[in-house]
Design a binder for this molecule. Structure first.
Ligand code: PLP
Length: 390
C-alpha cells in the first residue's frame, strides 16, 4: 500500500535521538530550547514554546488569549477536531465559519459577514482559529484586519504549514496572527513523533504559554507573589498542565528541521506533477490562495460529482484495493456526534459539506517517487474515466 503520508527518517535523525539518550537530559533539558530557537529563527518569530502535541499547543494558546467559560471561539468546519476542541477545553462555546469553495479554507468574506451579524447581536468571538488547510494560509491579511476591527485574537492553526509562506514571510512570523501553532506528528511536514509548538512575538504571551505547559508554576522571582525563599522555591500561579515535550522528541524535530527545505521542494514538485498529470480528468484540483505558498502537507482533489457516476466512497474503496492509500480530510467538524449534541446539524455549513462529499487526499510525502505517483494517477484515471458522464 502506498500510504497517503509518511515520515522520512534518516541516520542523522537516529543519531540525534541516540545522542540525547546518552546524555544527562531526557526531558526538560537544553535540546528543547535549541529546537524552540531554531524554529523561531526559521519562522522569523520572537518566541517558540514547544509542547507535547499541537492539540496542547492550541489549548494553551486559547488560554493565553484569555478564552474562558461564556466566551466564543470560531473556526472552520474543514479541519481536524482539535481546532474546535481547544475552545471546549477552555469552557468556551464553539461556532464555525463556512469555507471558500476554491481554497477550502475559512472564507474571509463569510467571516466578515458573520462578525457583522454577531456584533449586532452582541455576541462576538474572543478567538478565531484560522486553519492553514493542507499547508496553505487563509486570507490572513483580511482576517488580521477583522481581528483589529472586532477585537478578537487571531490564532493560526498551521499544524499543516511548517515551512509555508504568506505575503513573502514565513508562516509563524506573527505579522498577522497573535499566535501560530505547528504540529510535528509523523504525517506532517517535519516530525518529532508527537510534538507541537506555539510561535509568538509577544513576550508576555510566551511567558504565560511556558507556565501553562508546566503546571502553571514558575521559578522566576519576577512572576512570584512574594519573594523567592531560595533556589528550590517555585510557585504555582495558576492551573496549568504537563504538556511538556521531551528532549528526545526535540532532538528529532531539530534534526528534521535541517531537512525542511528538501522536504518542501519535493512536496512542491509532487504537487506540480499532480496538477499536470490530473489536468484532463473530471476532478477539481487545489486552487492557490493569493499571497500563499503552501507547504503541501496534503494534495486533495474533488471528484466532480456531476460528471462522475461513481460515488466518492466507491472511488475511495477501489483505490485502496489497488494499493493506493487515499484518505479524506476532513469530515466537517460540526457533523460529529459531539457537536451535533451541541446543536449543529447537516446544512449548517453547506460549502464544507459539499466539499466533504467530493474530497479525496492523494498520497503526498517526500519519499513518494515518480513511478508511485504515476501509478496513483493511472488508477484514479481509470476509475473516473470508466464512469464519466458523456
Ligand atoms: C489542522 C490540525 N490542527 C491540529 C492538529 C492536532 O495536532 P496533534 O496531532 O499534533 O495534536 C491536527 C492534527 O492532525 C491538525 O490537522
Amino acid at each position: 500500500m502506498i500510504p497517503y503520508a509518511r515520515q522520512s527518517i534518516d541516520q542523522a535523525d537516529i543519531d540525534a535521538v541516540v545522542a540525547v539518550l546518552q546524555s544527562d537530559w531526557l526531558t526538560q533539558g537544553p535540546t528543547i530550547e535549541r529546537f524552540e530557537q531554531a524554529m523561531a529563527a526559521r519562522c522569523e518569530a520572537g518566541h517558540g514554546v514547544a509542547v507535547c502535541n499541537a492539540t496542547a499547543a492550541l489549548h494553551i494558546a486559547c488560554l493565553a488569549a484569555g478564552l474562558g467559560p461564556g466566551d466564543l471561539l470560531w473556526t472552520t468546519p474543514n479541519t481536524f477536531l482539535a481546532s474546535a476542541n481547544c475552545g471546549r477545553y477552555c469552557g468556551a462555546d464553539v461556532d464555525f465559519v463556512d469555507i471558500d469553495p476554491h481554497t477550502w479554507n475559512m472564507d474571509a468574506r463569510a467571516l466578515a459577514d458573520k462578525l457583522e451579524a454577531a456584533e449586532r447581536m452582541g455576541r462576538l468571538p474572543k478567538v478565531v482559529v484560522a486553519v492553514a488547510f493542507s499547508g496553505q494560509s487563509c486570507d490572513m491579511r483580511a482576517m488580521a484586519q477583522l481581528a483589529q476591527r472586532y477585537g478578537f485574537v487571531l490564532i493560526e492553526d498551521a499544524a499543516h504549514a511548517v515551512g509555508a509562506y504568506y505575503a513573502g514571510r514565513p508562516v509563524g512570523c506573527g505579522e498577522f496572527a497573535a499566535m501560530t501553532i505547528f504540529s510535528f506528528h509523523p504525517v506532517k511536514i517535519i516530525t518529532s513523533a508527537e510534538g507541537g509548538m506555539v510561535m509568538t512575538n509577544n513576550p508576555q504571551l510566551a511567558n504565560r504559554l511556558r507556565r501553562l505547559r508546566s503546571h502553571g508554576m514558575t521559578r522566576d522571582p519576577a512572576q512570584m507573589t512574594e519573594p523567592s525563599q531560595s533556589f528550590w522555591y517555585y510557585q504555582q500561579i495558576e492551573l496549568g498542565f504537563n504538556y511538556r515535550i521531551t528532549d528526545l522528541q526535540a532532538a528529532l524535530g531539530l534534526s528534521q528541521l535541517d531537512k525542511l527545505d528538501g522536504f518542501l521542494a519535493r512536496r512542491q514538485q509532487l504537487a506540480a506533477r499532480y496538477d499536470r498529470l490530473l489536468a484532463d480528468l473530471p476532478v477539481t484540483l487545489p486552487q492557490a490562495q493569493d499571497q500563499a505558498q503552501s507547504s503541501w502537507h496534503l494534495y486533495v482533489v474533488r471528484l466532480q460529482s456531476n460528471r462522475i457516476r461513481r460515488s466518492r466512497a466507491a472511488v475511495f474503496e477501489a483505490l485502496r484495493e489497488a494499493g493506493v492509500g487515499v484518505n479524506v480530510h476532513y469530515i466537517p467538524v460540526h457533523l460529529q456526534p459531539y457537536y451535533r449534541d451541541l446543536g449543529f446539524a447537516a446544512g449548517d455549513f453547506p460549502e464544507a459539506e459539499r466539499y466533504y462529499a467530493e474530497a479525496i487526499s492523494l498520497p503526498m510525502f517526500p519519499a513518494l517517487d515518480d513511478k508511485q505517483q504515476e501509478y496513483v494517477v493511472e488508477q484514479l484515471r481509470q476509475l473516473v474515466l470508466e464512469h464519466v458522464e458523456s
